[in-house]
Design a protein around this ligand. Structure first.
Ligand SMILES: NC(=O)c1ccc[n+]([C@@H]2O[C@H](COP(=O)([O-])OP(=O)(O)OC[C@H]3O[C@@H](n4cnc5c(N)ncnc54)[C@H](OP(=O)(O)O)[C@@H]3O)[C@@H](O)[C@H]2O)c1
Length: 306
């Protein structure tokens, strides 16, 4: 049967990103998709009954609670790994260095070079556009994944070096996610509603707007500037990490916040509201540690990490 020849894909984590990407993969008509709704050992065990070409990891990255190798343990266990070839793992997760623990576990497994594709995923209003990144000899793999995702209806760009892209994407997360989570204000730039019969939505009071301009925006700008300095210390030059990212991040966020109908909240804030663990280590903790290692001072980010 023709369908037997389709590459098998396992999606682990069935939240917002997992559901959307399962749909994209299915819609491509180029894969057989199995999704694990609960990202825990038992659920992955049940799915570990056949070889997979790709395993998409769409869980929250909270390694201090549970590492990726732990979530994927049934695929790394001898019962599976001795019988089936290891899949390529595609990580659709925010944060920095999220690949590290899985890479080490795959090296330790000794079943060939670890095959991990790291990505930066953008999901906006009606726009879905991921960037998938290449590591040396994985070009053919990336072309296949790119073809499947494109056929499923999403925009995809394969780039030569993903860590810089993830670092740039993390600018927004480091700056606005902790800010919204700590202040519980997701719409820093929003004007008050013109129609007072409107249901309540967060906005900036005219009586305090000047304080936002005097204190909040400069603090946010300082955070973005620090990240740029850290980026330079990491070797990302103006071409790789343009200084305009500071103003662009502020301006794009101002536009996002200004729309009265926008209900966008950072997922860190949503998780806090739901009483769930937040991705603070991979988004903020990694930045603090990278800065420490390189002797770069990032006091505004340090303060949020406290
Ligand atoms: N949503 C967005 O707009 C967006 C955009 C770009 C990137 N991202 C990133 O994509 C990834 C997935 O986000 P999402 O929005 O899809 O999250 P989500 O809707 O909250 O779904 C989270 C998934 O992660 C699992 N999970 C919950 N707690 C966990 C823990 N402590 N450790 C590991 N996994 C856990 C959940 O499994 P259970 O069901 O078993 O609890 C669920 O399957 C995150 O890294 C996020 O930052 C999200």
């Amino acid at each position: 049967m023709a369908t037997n020849k389709l590459p098998e894909i396992l999606v682990v984590g069935f939240g917002a990103v997992g559901a959307i990407y399962s749909m994209i993969l299915k819609k491509s008509g180029l894969t057989r998709v199995t999704a694990v709704a609960r990202s825990n050992y038992d659920a992955v065990s049940e799915a570990a009954d056949r070889p997979y070409s790709y395993v998409f990891v769409t869980t929250k990255a909270i390694p201090e609670r549970v590492t990726t190798p732990k979530i994927l343990a049934p695929l790394l266990a001898p019962e599976y790994a001795d019988v089936h070839p290891q899949p390529t793992y595609v990580l659709l997760q925010n944060g920095l260095n999220v690949e590290a623990d899985l890479f080490q576990a795959l090296e330790k497994l000794g079943k060939g070079p670890p095959s991990i594709v790291s990505t930066a995923v953008w999901i906006g209003t009606n726009l879905l556009g991921p960037n998938v990144v290449q590591h040396n000899h994985f070009a053919a793999t990336l072309v296949e994944i790119g073809g499947i995702l494109s056929a499923g209806g999403t925009e995809i760009t394969i780039v030569g070096e993903v860590q810089r892209l993830k670092f740039a994407k993390n600018f927004w997360n480091v700056t606005f996610s902790p800010f919204a989570t700590l202040t519980t204000l997701p719409a820093l730039f929003r004007d008050p509603p013109k129609d007072s019969s409107n249901p309540y939505s967060p906005y900036v009071s005219p009586t305090t707007a000047h304080l936002v301009n005097e204190h909040t925006i400069p603090t946010i700008r300082a955070t973005l500037q620090e990240l740029l300095q850290l980026g330079r210390a990491l070797g990302y030059d103006e071409d790789g990490l343009p200084s305009s990212l500071v103003d662009d991040t502020l301006e794009n966020t101002r536009q996002l916040h200004a729309v009265p109908e926008s209900e966008h909240k950072p997922s860190m804030m949503l998780d806090m509201e739901k009483g769930q663990p937040i991705e603070v280590e991979v988004i903020l903790g990694e930045v603090v540690r990278m800065a420490q290692e390189r002797g770069v001072s990032i006091p505004a980010s340090d303060l949020k990490y406290l």
